[in-house]
Design a protein around this ligand. Sequence first.
Ligand code: GTP
Ligand code: SPV
Ligand code: MN
Length: 612
Amino acid sequence: MTSHSPVVIDDIPQLSANEKVNAWVVKVAQLTQPNEVVWCDGSQEEFDRIATEMVEAGTLIKLNPELRPNSFLARSDASDVARVESRTFICSKEFEDAGPTNNWRNPDVMRAELNTLFAGSMRGRTMYVVPFAMGPLGGKITQYGVEITDSPYVVLSMALMTRSGSEALKYIEPESQWVKALHSVGYPLVDAEGNEREDVAWPCNDTKYITHFPEAREIISYGSGYGGNALLGKKCFALRIASAMAHDEGWMAEHMLLIQVTNPQGKKYTITGAFPSATGKTNLAMMRPKVDGWKVETIGDDIVWMRPGDDGRLYAINPEYGFFGVAPGTGYSTNPVAMDTIKKNTIFTNVALTDDGDVWWEGMTDTAPSHLIDWQGNDWTPGCGSPAAHPNGRFTVTADQCPTISPDWEAADGVPVDVILFGGRRRTNVPLVFRSKSWEHGCFLGATLGSEQTAAAEGPVGVLRRDPFAMQPFAGYHMGDYWNHWLTMGRKLGKKAPAIFQVNWFRRDKDGSFLWPGFGENIRAIEWIIDLLEGEVEPVGTPIGLLPKTEDINVDGIDVDEATLKKIFAVPAEGWEKELDVTEDYFNSIGDRVPNAMYSQLAAVREGFAKL
Ligand code: GTP
Ligand code: SPV
Ligand code: MN
């Protein structure tokens, strides 16, 4: 039992050179009334100490050190397993500025409500102060923040996912811009009357608020301990707040992977790709190419920040320090690099535990072990009717453990981008790969990106979940303004802008099977992209963009015949005409901030089909 002995405010350390940071720490402690305030230094000793405390408390399970050294399993509450978009709010001053794709709350009303929820919310707990950098320390594109949290799981995860601790704190100077990120699981161990209660393995609260104040560059998150809800450097800062900063300051914050691809001639290309959640960013970021002579090096798998450099090109960094990857579906046959990355020093969340103290999930191996403890802590046997791992079970690991990590991954000011990919999960209509006709047309491809639900039956185009630029849940301001920002960046970059392509690994045959083998074979789509940029092949003009000639796709050694290639690259006029109608309705639903260029692009595609 913890007792309630609230920290003495005058004893709270003031470790920042920035008085605003110190004052904010004190203010939060006064409000939340923790027993203790700990500034995290980011050291290995600190990580080990907190991990040991969590193992002793039963909130982490230490995995068998012979099989998975220095690794842990966390099981969340069954209600706290993913981002909660319905409880995510953009609290811009004006309702209009959040736009129709975000939930909005008046910032003053929201702050008042949160103040009530946070009052005493850390009673009986330790309040951790985690200074962190998003990006290499000192880099031109890098930004800084401080997360206050009462969750030791968050502290350990932030240590893996960001550059956190004393080093990052040094970069928050007296006049620096920094982001306030306040988090509480909302499960105090002592109530206002002083009555104590036992802690649980995964404290959280049925009331959840993931709130963003874009003008104040501030995040307040309550009630959840999971991933994108609680590791506030990630989606909340690096996408929602950063996208608003980027709009104001002339740079870009995107839901993208970042890789370097070297062709057999030894020429290196930098490629970014915006794919919606669970649509293959981590897999492409760690691809082991199945065609000889090609090399893929990893820089990032989820978030990319880009800024024009002095030479007028667009420079990109991965602002994160680790990977928070989807576990199910990850195995040696699909993503061997990820499997090698997570051999040690990894936190697993909501996957199954084997009898010998290791982890397992669907897709890790072809056959399941005969007995497991499932992600909820229950006995599990094959065929018992429920999955052993939660479909959104994840691994958390630092990027430097990735065997394909690029030597440039910490380049302080980033690497210049050659190619931008947009990729959805599309059963129909969208070919494996094609090039946009221009930057503006590329922005149209981004704006019309969508994904179908994985398990859903083939349905009309209307059931598509729109996910423009893979940013639907992450743009921290009006979607129409965000599209406009992309157009503006293109005008600024001019001829030096990256080339834009669309890819789709997920097109299906009539029987529902995937037409394209995917994974390591996706290098063949990239091979065409690079051949095209090198002028070695000519594209075919179609109303939707510049497609490959099927004979220019390298299918040596794979079971993809000409008839299948025809299906993979088909552009069915009927399907597209329907899709364009839906797109027009969709643009209308975004409202009058949709740039005119989007409607003229739409008209141009329609005209293209009309002329056929
Ligand atoms: P978030 O971390 O949620 O942003 O996801 P992500 O975009 O990084 O997706 P990830 O790489 O984890 O892949 C999600 C799912 O897509 C997994 O089940 C993969 O096995 C599957 N997947 C990835 N690439 C391919 C592919 O080329 N073909 C097919 N058929 N499935 C793929
Ligand atoms: C996503 O949903 O795109 C993720 C997982 O990468 S989370 O960090 O929870 O947002
Ligand atoms: Mn993601």
